[in-house]
Design a protein around this ligand. Structure first.
Ligand SMILES: Nc1ncnc2c1ncn2[C@@H]1O[C@H](COP(=O)(O)OP(=O)(O)OP(=O)(O)O)[C@@H](O)[C@H]1O
Ligand SMILES: [Mg+2]
Length: 246
């Protein structure tokens, strides 16, 4: 696969909504920054942006300004050193589906700004909308988040099937969220890997498991990343293990 951006680009997506993508993307970004990397987190949920909320930051410019030809680094806000965020807009339906022209403009913009970062993380909307599919197409790696719920597993499988058939992507990294323990996460992963390998010839890798942890929902309510609020909590420790794998 051709590399579009110089920074390692990781797209975080899921089939089903509400499985914890944004929370994961925000905290994984912070964990990578804490390790000394320069990270750009893009809110790719173009119609219903959440990244700014979870970080408790107020937004000046968004990806919409980029589409209208906004200046380069000006559109990115920096909640902390080495941590850039390109926010999205909420409640603007025409933002949801990017046409080829908009994709081209965002692609050109990202190529230019990515040089200043080691990692570009993209938090997408749920489902198989055109902008989600496009974001996955520009990424070096696609991380699929899912929970042990059968609906989430089925939707993750469907998402990977679409990405394999439409874009020829065969390798995915999976994160099991909201698990009782790592063993439960591994059990779900192993079953899904076997089916995906057998029927779709996919190559699935286990990136990690995050336990159900009330710190996560509490942190979202307080608009502080859980890595910062409860760095010794179960979810925060799981994210740090995952950041090692990344
Ligand atoms: N590990 C966890 N433990 C407990 N609650 C969690 C965990 N992960 C996520 N949640 C809960 O799930 C909710 C949804 O999380 P989040 O907004 O990150 O999901 P999402 O996949 O980005 O949703 P959307 O598809 O709408 O963008 C959070 O408000 C939080 O309460
Ligand atoms: Mg989200």
């Amino acid at each position: 696969m051709n590399r579009l951006l110089t920074a390692k680009t990781i797209c975080i997506t899921s089939g089903k909504g509400g499985v914890g993508k944004t929370s994961f993307a925000v905290n994984l970004s912070m964990s990578l920054v804490a390790k000394g990397h320069r990270v750009l987190l893009i809110d790719g949920d173009l119609g219903l942006a959440n990244v700014d909320l979870l970080l408790g930051i107020s937004v000046q410019k968004t990806i919409r300004d980029v589409m209208e030809g906004g200046a380069l680094m000006e559109s990115i806000c920096f909640p902390s050193e080495n941590f850039g965020v390109l926010p999205a807009t909420s409640g603007i339906p025409e933002m949801v589906d990017l046409g080829p022209e908009e994709q081209g403009r965002i692609g050109t913009y990202l190529r230019a700004v990515a040089e200043s970062f080691d990692y570009v993380l993209i938090d997408t909307a749920a489902g198989i909308g055109t902008s989600v599919l496009w974001f996955t197409s520009i990424a070096d790696e696609v991380v699929i988040l899912l929970t042990p719920d059968p609906t989430s597993i089925t939707d993750a499988y469907a998402m990977m099937k679409v990405l394999a058939q439409k874009y020829g992507r065969k390798t995915f990294r999976l994160v099991l969220n909201n698990v009782t323990d790592v063993r439960e996460g591994l059990g779900v992963f192993n079953n899904l890997r076997d089916v995906a390998e057998r029927f779709l010839k996919l190559d699935l890798h286990f990136l990690g498991a995050i336990p159900h942890d009330t710190d996560v929902s509490q942190a979202i309510r307080e608009q502080v990343p859980f890595l910062k609020r409860t760095p010794d909590g179960e979810a925060a420790r799981a994210i740090q293990v995952i950041a090692e794998q990344v």
